[in-house]
Design a protein around this ligand. Structure first.
Ligand SMILES: [Fe+2]
Ligand SMILES: [Fe+2]
Length: 343
């Protein structure tokens, strides 16, 4: 056993880069963050335990099954892309010494999104021809299958475009600014999935949508906490970015929550919109619970109005969204590239 000196001469280690994940510390965060963390644990669920046999046994035409597989392929751009988005955010939160409770909540959001991804995986596998392991890993044969495959290719091309911008934006903006359109997505998704859970006829999807909706409403509460914490002290330049973010998020998320807007961020072929409508209608006729266009529009507008009220309370201009009848500040087309919206 070495003998330790009574008055040791200690050396101090070199300084740590402040954006390292060290030093780890756990100063107490506001109680709401720990409450949401506890709620997430209490509401944990397992996609495997859902009644998938009700999808296998559902009496669906080939087009209806294709339509449902197509719908979940498109949903995958948003919900199945969420795990890397939140994983990246979580690492950045450790680097920037985000509050302990917020980091904990984001770890549960990441976990939730893995479940949402799993729903997309299982639904596409069960519904796309040949039970493929991915929405692009099958060979289309009929005319409608070829259109569906082509639409998924184009949708995924666009989904891939936002990743670089997302990663770079972390160097420029605080989380709450980046996640403003995430707030919009969470609020809208809560409503959408809740309504789809009620309107659907296939038990496995009704149950899945109810659980996803509950998760998204918890994510929305987390996003709202971040918003309220950060917005009172936001510099003007960042307020302007929030306005652009909201417009970009609206255009991006509209593809699944409302309808596609080709040309505004979305690079889509001429065949896209008609094929999308036909496939979505087939999914609806199969009992997926896709809402009629008018109801999607109303749900989307209501979500926008909630977000509008939140940001305007902090002196942030809300963008014009004439597509759903909301007036506001005009945002240039080229500013729509700065997006971070998933849900
Ligand atoms: Fe979410
Ligand atoms: Fe999600």
């Amino acid at each position: 056993m070495p003998k330790l000196p009574a008055a040791p001469r200690l050396t101090v280690p070199p300084a740590i880069d402040p954006l390292n994940v060290f030093p780890i510390s756990w100063p107490k965060s506001p109680q709401i963050t720990y409450d949401l963390f506890e709620l997430a644990k209490a509401q944990a669920w397992d996609p495997e335990a859902l009644p998938w046999d009700t999808l296998r046994d559902a009496k669906l035409s080939a087009d209806e099954r294709l339509g449902i597989g197509y719908w979940f392929s498109v949903l995958g751009i948003f919900d199945a892309a969420a795990p890397p988005v939140f994983a990246h955010a979580l690492i950045e939160m450790f680097r920037h010494k985000e509050e302990d409770g917020v980091r904990k909540c984001f770890s549960t959001i990441l976990r939730d999104e893995l479940n949402h991804e799993e729903i997309c995986r299982k639904a596409t596998m069960a519904c796309l021809p040949g039970n493929p392991y991915g929405p692009l890993e099958w060979t289309p044969n009929t005319g409608l299958e070829k259109l569906a495959f082509n639409n998924i290719q184009w949708a995924y091309h666009n989904g891939a475009r936002y990743w670089d911008g997302y990663v770079k934006a972390f160097d420029k903006y605080p989380f709450a600014v980046m996640f403003t359109s995430f707030l919009m997505g969470e609020v809208a998704a809560t409503t959408l999935f809740n309504e789809m859970g009620k309107a659907g006829r296939i038990p496995v999807f009704k149950e899945a949508f109810q659980r996803v909706s509950r998760d998204e409403s918890r994510h929305a509460r987390m996003a709202l906490y971040l918003t309220k914490r950060t917005f009172p002290n936001l510099p003007q330049e960042q307020k302007e970015f929030v306005t652009k973010q909201l417009r970009a998020g609206f255009i991006f998320l509209s593809l699944i929550l409302f309808k596609p807007f080709p040309g505004k961020f979305w690079e889509l072929p001429d065949t896209f919109v008609d094929a999308h409508d036909v496939l979505q209608q087939a999914a609806q006729s199969g009992g997926l619970g896709v809402l009629p266009l008018k109801e999607r529009e109303a749900a989307w507008r209501n979500a926008m109005l909630k977000v509008k009220k939140t940001v305007e309370d902090y002196g942030i201009a809300f963008p014009a969204m004439p597509e759903v009848g909301l007036s506001g500040q005009e945002v240039a087309e080229e500013d729509l590239e700065t997006i971070v919206p998933v849900f």
